[in-house]
Write a protein that binds this ligand. Structure first.
Ligand SMILES: [Zn+2]
Length: 262
């Protein structure tokens, strides 16, 4: 059984200065049994760092139109069933289940805030400038703000396929993101610069080896990565290797359309 003290002392043993914010991705079930569950982990995170942010994405608001821009990583008209099941975004909507219990616990925290992007909102404590920066045109702005503040990425029981910040490195390298559409109370909203596929991101582990700090916690290894050097290094790699970090699956339209046109 993992306790608050175990988590807090492990987090404090990472080389993350206390005044830096963290972007956390977590699958707590990988750590083993935690006394007090996700609330205990959140308490340890807020005690250890100045600000804490997680994705609070709601991809079930997405609809696929019959037509749209070319090279957009999807098949138009393919979403009729999904469109019928799509939900209107509202600020109280739970975060997608695949983001895990920590994201939803942070979203529901009495003094946390959430940005209002209908697909890619973030939830956070003491990261208001990052949350306020997000727009429909710039969904990755919160990641950029945390990077500018010398923030760190924390991976708790997940690998780099959960490391959303790598999408910002893609953009720095000129790689294409996509237009997507979301249902809101004000109608269907067009969302620019939406990244789609991260299935190939575990390939980042090797080039990041000397930047990543890992410590055991319960039955997992938790990983911490400083955002700025991570982004610089991965963007440089993608500039040199147009296929770096793409998933390579034949059926992945997003990765097929991602590399910049040469
Ligand atoms: Zn892909």
């Amino acid at each position: 059984m993992i306790t608050f003290r175990d988590i807090f002392s492990t987090l404090k043993s990472l080389p993350i200065p206390a005044q830096r914010p963290v972007l956390v991705h977590a699958d707590l079930s990988a750590l083993g049994e935690i006394r007090g569950g996700a609330e205990t982990v959140l308490g340890a995170l807020t005690g250890a760092f100045s600000g804490v942010m997680t994705p609070a994405f709601t991809l079930r608001t997405q609809v696929i139109p019959e037509d749209g821009p070319a090279h957009n990583g999807l098949i138009y008209g393919s979403g009729r069933e999904q469109n019928a099941a799509a939900e209107y975004f509202n600020a109280d909507m739970p975060a997608d289940e695949n983001l895990g219990a920590l994201a939803e616990t942070l979203r529901r925290h009495p003094v946390s805030r959430r940005s209002d992007h209908p697909l890619l909102s973030f939830a956070g404590l003491q990261v208001d400038s990052a949350l306020n920066a997000q727009t429909l045109r710039d969904p990755l702005a919160p990641v950029q703000v945390l990077a500018d503040q010398e923030g760190w990425v924390l991976l708790l029981g997940v690998d780099h396929t959960a490391n959303f910040s790598i999408h910002l490195a893609e953009r720095m390298a000129g790689r294409r993101h996509f237009v997507r559409w979301a249902l809101t109370r004000f109608g269907v909203r067009e969302c620019a610069d939406v990244p789609v596929c991260s299935a190939g991101f575990e390939a980042a582990a090797e080039p990041l080896q000397d930047l990543v700090r890992g410590l055991p916690l319960g039955s997992a290894q938790i990983l911490a990565v400083p955002m700025q050097p991570m982004l610089t290094r991965l963007a440089e790699w993608m500039r040199q290797e147009p296929n770096a970090l793409l998933c390579g699956r034949a059926e992945c339209l997003a990765c097929a359309d991602a590399p910049p046109e040469s």
